[in-house]
Design a protein around this ligand. Structure first.
Ligand code: CP3
Length: 355
């Protein structure tokens, strides 16, 4: 097996043959690989313990803590991939945007970005802005051995929604007002964010991440025509920026049933599916040539072992004829999830899919 050639030379090959990377590339697998969005975080008592008294953004900037938190779910659940512990707003903080992550709320931006003058505050991100990312990933690849590390970033639309609203939003009214009302400023804003996001992902891949996921969590708020016109070009630019590295690129959003085909068109190798569309129907909407990731409703984990297994079995059956399937939840692990239910789910998917 040859090394993965990237712009900076060959990447490590240790994880090249893992079930997770094989499924992303639509190759045969010994079992369906499993990982969970938000597997590193509040559902784990060991996470709450190491985070005690340390604000979220500060913890993202401490390589030792990032490595420990990233490894916790790998040790506990036997998942097939680790996801780098950080947040989608970290690159924005790193270029000097005045924002914080408020517990129980999410990212809050002191001065929202709404005018052409505001755009100047979004300068380029350089590797020197985020030395802690390179350092933490160095620690992680040494510790992880055969287990692949997934790097990630927020997609331009979802980042824009926080920057324009100034915080989390149900209806995205300021964001949509800008998108519909000043299409040129909107396009320039998304293009700027695509540059920053591409740079953030490149740093993670150069440091050793063996796959990347672009989170467009809130893009399901858009109609397909608006997505195609106003969002797809910026997300496609991010995927193109990292294409030369040859690492699998995953594209995920919530409530995106009507957008799945277009999200595939944006250029990812793997399309993430939430729980609202069965995997076989999602495959039909995405079309051939892509692997899919998903899609157990995270709330099912509160229903007891029997129900979890029945619903997981439904996901596996619906995904049986896919070209490549990575088992995941349809969105992130909910904070009050029993961690043992996650461990048992990994075991179940591994056993069931190896039959
Ligand atoms: O998946 C993982 O385990 C890796 C870590 C990760 C975090 N955020 C850590 C985090 C990832 C991949 C993210 C991505 C992220 N951040 C997204 C996209 C994924 C999704 O869930 O849709 C979004 C929209 C954000 C923005 C954000 N940051 C939100 C909505 C919140 C939750 C606010 C709250 O307290 O309810 C955060 C904070 C955050 N990011 C936490 C964690 C573990 C909780 C903070 C804490 O533990 O104190």
């Amino acid at each position: 097996m040859s090394a993965i050639a990237g712009p900076s030379g060959p990447q490590p090959t240790a994880t090249y043959d893992s079930a997770f990377l094989r499924a992303c590339r639509r190759e045969s697998v010994p079992h369906t690989p499993v990982w969970f969005m938000r597997q590193a975080g509040r559902s784990l008592p060991e996470y709450r313990k190491v985070r005690e008294g340390i604000p979220m953004l500060e913890s993202c900037m401490r390589p030792d803590l990032v490595a420990e938190i990233t490894l916790q779910p790998v040790r506990r659940h036997n998942v097939d991939a680790a996801i780098y512990f950080s947040d989608i707003v970290v690159p924005l903080k790193a270029i000097g945007i005045d924002l914080d992550i408020k517990p129980g709320v999410g990212p809050v931006v002191e001065n929202p970005i709404r005018t052409r003058a505001d755009l100047a505050r979004l300068r380029d991100l350089t590797p020197e802005d985020i030395p802690y990312v390179t350092e933490a990933i160095g620690l992680l690849t040494a510790e992880l051995g055969e287990t692949p590390l997934i790097g990630f970033a927020g997609a331009p639309f979802t980042l824009a929604s926080y920057l324009v609203e100034g915080g989390p939003s149900r209806n995205h009214e300021h964001t949509k007002a800008l998108m519909y009302g000043d299409p040129q400023l909107w396009a320039d804003l998304l293009d700027r964010l695509a540059e920053i996001t591409g740079a953030f992902l490149k740093v993670q891949i150069e440091a050793g991440a063996s796959a990347v996921q672009l989170f467009d969590s809130w893009v399901g708020a858009l109609a397909p025509a608006d997505y195609r016109r106003s969002v797809l070009p910026a997300s496609a630019k991010v995927f193109e920026a990292v294409a030369p590295y040859g690492v699998p690129r995953i594209h995920f959003g919530v409530g995106t049933g009507e957008l799945l085909g277009l999200m595939g068109e944006a250029g990812a190798d793997v399309v993430g599916v939430d729980w609202r569309v069965p995997m076989n129907e999602a495959a039909r909407r995405v079309g051939p040539g892509k692997a899919l990731q998903g899609n157990l409703d995270p709330a099912v984990l509160f229903a007891g072992q029997e129900a979890v297994e029945a619903k997981a079995c439904e996901v596996l059956s619906a995904a049986a004829d896919l070209e490549g399937h990575i088992f995941n939840l349809g969105h992130g692990v909910l904070p009050s999830t029993d961690p043992d239910a996650l461990t048992r789910l990994v075991e179940y998917v591994h056993t069931q899919s190896a039959l």
